[in-house]
Design a protein around this ligand. Structure first.
Ligand code: PMM
Length: 276
């Protein structure tokens, strides 16, 4: 399957985000209409995104879950159209039923922010040979920002991701298809997010490529004061550059043009891939 290997020796992969949700924090409501979401995804493809991540359930703090039928109604037309246009598509879902349907429509990767909490999910991914993103979250979107606590956030996130990768391997998922993600903003205080970004090499020293999604997240506002989400791309880029310096293989961004420029400059410095 195309796009199942979530790393590239030469450059950092840029994953563009298309949320078909009414309530995602950064773009919620803007791409709810499938045609609008498809256009947005095609635009990102044209801009050079390596992967387009299509999500139909908001994971913002306090968000209410949606049922599988509604989630499929939101994401499937978008996945199908973008895959037909040649995009490598990931589906941002924690439901095996939605993942299976999206893979049938041509998605290549399952981005599971609950890291296989749905007992059927591992089998769906193993059977299809799809790529898999395993993300760390403390609790659920409804509860995760209620006073999150860790004794050692970096060690605990690393241990959790290793154990979820073991579950994936044990279910027959190819290790080459697995990528892990510290889940910036998912059950983390500002200090937890900063520690994970600072100590990313602890994660990138492991066997799996690491995805980092800092784009437009509220920790940036905690650092800088109130800024509208569309004005957070420079701040996001600063976090992503350091993530790339720390060995990240993929950055997940809302602004693909900025994300690509960020990645290319960082790659040229970090990976010596900038030509002369
Ligand atoms: N962040 C969001 C949603 N899905 N998936 C992964 N793997 N990593 C993330 O950091 C992540 C995610 C929340 O942000 P959005 O509203 O921009 O989708």
């Amino acid at each position: 399957m195309r796009g199942r290997v979530l790393t590239n020796e030469q450059h950092t992969l840029v994953m563009g985000v298309v949320n078909t949700t009414p309530d995602s924090f950064s773009d919620g409501g803007r791409f709810l209409e499938p045609a609008v979401a498809i256009d947005r995804g095609l635009e990102m493809l044209g801009q050079g995104a390596d992967i387009i991540d299509v999500g139909g359930e908001s994971t913002r703090p306090g968000a209410m879950p949606v049922d599988a039928d509604e989630e499929k109604r939101r994401v499937l037309p978008v996945v199908s159209a973008l895959a037909s246009a040649g995009a490598v598509v990931s589906v941002d879902t924690s439901k095996a039923e939605v993942a299976a349907a999206a893979l049938d429509e041509g998605a290549d990767i399952v981005n599971d922010v609950t890291a296989l909490a749905d007992p059927e999910m591992a089998a769906v991914v193993a059977d299809s040979g799809a790529g898999l993103v395993l993300m760390h979250m403390l609790g659920t979107p409804r509860t995760m920002q209620r006073d999150p606590h860790y004794d050692d956030v970096v060690a605990e996130v690393a241990e959790y991701l290793t154990s979820r990768a073991q579950v994936a391997l044990g279910s027959g998922i190819d290790g080459e298809c697995i990528c892990v993600d510290p889940g910036i903003g998912f059950g983390k205080t500002l200090q937890h997010n900063l520690a994970l970004l600072r100590d990313l090499p602890v994660l990138t020293a492991g066997p799996y490529p690491v995805l980092v999604g800092a784009s437009r997240k509220s920790f940036l506002e905690h650092l800088l004061g109130p800024i509208p989400v569309e004005e957070r791309d420079t701040a996001s880029a600063a976090a992503h550059v350091l993530a790339i310096a720390g060995g990240a293989a993929i950055i997940r961004v809302h602004n693909v043009v900025t994300g690509l420029r960020t990645a290319r400059v960082a790659d040229a410095i970090v990976r010596s891939a900038g030509g002369d």
